[in-house]
Design a protein around this ligand. Structure first.
Ligand code: ADP
Ligand code: MG
Length: 288
């Protein structure tokens, strides 16, 4: 029902990943004919993009630089309004059509390529920031509610230790800073995690560990995760589904489901399905 993309100008379509009842889940986001332009309606960055994202899915967006991936992510986050079309965010029983930048109802955590931490604050104080920035009295209430224990638990979930809580970003390695940035995105207990090339600046070894942490968090917390990456291996390894975005006016040119059988991370990295999927993805990106 909802995992099928209606408007696709390619031969690919979404199939439910093996063993996952993805089709049972309602869409948490539904973009319908979404258009975004920055001033010139003749040159939209996103042109009639339709995409439904079921709750619980790990969706990755790949595509050439400048094709509008970050813009698409900002639209979903409610940070970028649409010039045309519609975005529905739906959670629980109700579907609420929204047009514009009202992201208040659906909690989403955002992770960027740079950890964007405040250098003069400790890890714990950085973690508290989203709560302090909450609107007015509600934000203060939330900050008070967020017990020290819960935040320390969150640090552990992303692979940091309690001892790291008092350290400043300058005392943490690049990978630890990225983990802290991931923890901060989870502080408000989001239903959705949006990540814009989060591991692009880290080396391969660290990247693999961060990938494993991310997928484990997605599974453990029942998140809906939308990742932008230019690393095809990362897309194949992490995702339930990968969509290819091409520069406007082509838009979404492929929509592929990834078979996820029950493998350990190490097994998955060298599973033949991974290589088959990579070939499929390369063919979708660079048709011969
Ligand atoms: P990607 O993330 O795929 O590299 P972006 O979504 O960042 O692409 O950008 C797509 C296009 O939209 C680029 O040409 C970029 O210059 C333009 N763009 C993005 N944001 C803005 C903005 N706020 N104002 C004007 N142009 C923008
Ligand atoms: Mg970008």
């Amino acid at each position: 029902m909802v995992t099928r993309m209606q408007r696709l100008n390619s031969q690919y379509r979404v199939l439910p990943p093996e063993g996952v009842l993805m089709t049972e889940n309602p869409a948490i986001y539904a973009l319908r004919e979404a258009v975004v332009h920055f001033g010139d309606p003749q040159r939209p960055v996103l042109q009639r993009i339709s995409l439904e994202i079921p709750r619980g899915q790990f969706l990755t967006v790949v595509g050439p630089s400048g094709c509008g991936k970050s813009t698409l992510l900002r639209v979903l986050a409610g940070l970028q309004s649409l010039s045309g079309g519609q975005l529905e965010r739906s959670y629980g029983e109700s579907a609420m059509p929204t047009r514009g930048a009202s992201g208040a109802e659906l909690r989403a955590g955002f992770v960027f390529q740079q950890p964007a931490l405040l250098p003069w604050r400790t890890a714990m104080q950085n973690l508290r920031l989203p709560l302090e920035l909450g609107s007015g009295a509600a934000g203060e209430g939330q900050a008070a509610e967020a017990g020290e224990e819960r935040l320390l638990g969150l640090l552990e979930q992303v692979g940091l230790s309690r001892a790291d809580a008092g350290k400043r970003p300058g005392q943490l390695s690049g990978g630890m800073q990225m983990r802290l940035s991931l923890a901060r995105a989870l502080v408000r207990d989001p239903q959705v995690l949006l990540l814009d090339e989060p591991f692009a600046a880290v080396d391969d070894f660290l990247r693999m560990k961060l990938q494993d942490s991310l997928r484990a968090l997605h599974d453990a917390r029942g998140l809906t995760t939308i990742l932008v990456t230019h690393n095809l291996q990362e897309a194949a390894y992490l995702s339930d589904r990968v969509v290819v975005l091409q520069p406007s006016p082509r838009g979404l040119s492929a929509d592929l489901s990834v078979r996820r059988s029950r493998l350990s991370p190490a097994e998955r990295r060298r599973a033949p399905e991974q290589f088959e999927f990579l070939q499929q993805l390369s063919a979708a990106l660079f048709p011969s």
